[in-house]
Design a protein around this ligand. Structure first.
Ligand SMILES: *Cc1c(COP(=O)(O)O)cnc(C)c1O
Length: 471
């Protein structure tokens, strides 16, 4: 078919579809289950999707963490692993990739994101200090608390409203931060903990204008600014799309500019960086680096492997470069939006605007008949699994844990169930099945009765808590 004919047909149909900038080379069979099998599996798992066996799951949208499909280049890189205990060449490849793409001088590899959070919290927080941040993240806040710090949420109010359509709901409210600094003095602020995008707010981005102003404010008070760069490439896509002056800039350039406003960053490479395991921490301050490099040998491994195999570091170095490609990111977020549009057409309530890595269903709006301590979002995750074998995750009162002082539940404004899309894994047809299942559960919403928690672990309870249906 000639080019002209092709173009004419396109004009006639009036359609221009997006598609993935890759094709499939290897497939992994999925197991479909019967309704009876799912009823049994869910009861066995204590109505917690984290406790299901993955063999009992059809479409796994629990998380985008470590569930990415690696490219043929990354798999080829795995074969080039240099498994030397010290000075592996793959470490130097990783160091160079982080220096080039993120722009920090000193790099410490870690086994995953929380390893980096642990080291940074131990090195940079003095007991009793405050750590302001743009909404909490589960592991981030816990490591800050274990180091003796107190997390304070300084995100803009819009982030707590699932219907607010502001383009940058991840931004820090600079006045909230100024008030905290004025109340306690800059010496009592360990650092500002900035995440881009903000996972718990629905994958909402931070604007370049906000990080620029935040950096200026921090510098004025002598407070360091550290960045959770776990989904910074996705954040850069939103800046490119929404912020004046950035529409012609490549994702990689936006990432580099964003990082230039911060003093260091950590990353769970299991997200943006398209690997199954890995993380890192990188800073500009040589003295802090000395401390971090000393701590890493206690908790993770030598400073040139940080709990990873050489091959994992190679896959990460290649994945970082792939994650910054504009056509990759367009299709990554295009798939999230495809699913969102189907759900939106059917009036399913969710957090808007839709963020970078997931759809966050608004469980309060699904189940107005349930009190928050009857766990609406956990209930919705259970119902979705029963319907078609789709696995999602609770992001509501269970994830928010308990107040360390009062011991009562933290009651977050957002009570959400997350459908998280792994990168380069599922097809558009899978998205159709997911949307239809959510619709079926939404249509049956009036019959939901909620759950009671019957087992609660001490830390990060959402991972291992068990529930029973309220009869
Ligand atoms: C996943 C995640 C982390 C923790 O990383 P792990 O690799 O799971 O330890 C930290 N911050 C954010 C925003 C995350 O999404």
């Amino acid at each position: 078919m000639s080019d002209t004919v092709h173009r004419t047909m396109g004009q006639q149909s009036g359609r221009r579809s997006w598609a993935e900038p890759w094709k499939i080379k290897m497939v992994e069979p999925l197991r479909m289950t019967s309704h009876d099998e799912r009823v049994a599996a869910l009861a066995e798992a204590g109505y917690n999707t984290f406790l299901l066996r993955s063999d009992d799951v059809y479409i796994d949208l629990l998380t985008d963490s470590g569930t990415n499909a690696m490219s043929d280049r990354q798999w080829a890189g795995m074969m080039l692993g240099d498994e030397a205990y010290a000075g592996s060449r793959n470490y130097y490849h990783l160091e160079t990739a982080i220096q080039n793409y993120y722009g920090y001088e000193f790099v410490v590899p870690t086994h995953q994101g929380r390893g980096a959070e642990h080291l940074l919290s131990q090195a940079a927080i003095r007991k009793g200090q405050f750590v302001p941040g743009n909404m909490y993240f589960t592991t981030t806040r816990l490591h800050q608390e274990l180091a003796g710090g107190t997390f304070v949420d300084v995100i803009v109010d819009a982030a707590h409203d699932p219907a607010d359509l502001s383009p940058f709901k991840g931004d820090v409210d600079l006045e909230k931060l100024e008030r905290l600094i004025a109340a306690h003095g800059p010496g009592e602020i360990a650092y500002v903990s900035l995440a881009a995008t903000v996972n718990m707010a629905g994958g909402q981005p931070v604007s370049m204008a906000n990080v620029t102003a935040l950096h200026e404010l921090c510098r004025r008070h002598g407070i360091p600014l550290y960045l959770d760069a776990t989904r910074l490439a996705e954040n850069a896509f939103f800046i490119q799309e929404r912020e004046p002056g950035y529409s012609g800039k490549p994702i990689a350039a936006i990432v580099r500019e964003f990082c230039s406003h911060t003093d260091g960053a950590w990353m769970s490479a299991k997200k943006d960086a398209l690997v199954n395991i890995g993380g890192w921490l990188a800073v500009r301050d040589g003295t802090l680096f000395e401390e971090l490099r000393n701590l890493v040998v206690v908790y993770e491994g030598l400073h040139t492997y940080g709990g990873l195999a050489g091959r994992d570091m190679e896959a990460m170095a290649i994945g970082i470069a792939e994650s910054m490609q504009d056509d990759h990111m367009r299709s990554r977020i295009g798939q999230v939006r495809y699913l969102a549009e189907l759900l939106e057409d059917w009036g399913v309530p969710m957090v808007k605007p839709v963020g970078g890595h997931a759809i966050f269903l608004d469980a309060r709006a699904f189940y107005p008949q349930l009190r928050q301590d009857q766990f609406p979002a956990q209930t919705l995750a259970a119902e979705l699994y029963l319907d078609t074998g789709i696995r999602s995750m609770e992001r509501g009162v269970v994830s928010a844990g308990r107040d360390p002082t009062t011991g009562g539940h933290n009651y977050p404004k957002l009570e959400l169930t997350r459908l998280t899309l792994p990168r380069r894994v599922y097809t558009q047809a899978h998205m159709d099945v997911v949307a239809e299942s959510v619709k079926a559960v939404y249509d049956a919403r009036a019959s939901a009765r909620g759950l009671a928690m019957v087992y609660e672990p001490r830390y990060l309870r959402f991972f291992q808590a068990r529930f029973e249906p309220i009869s």
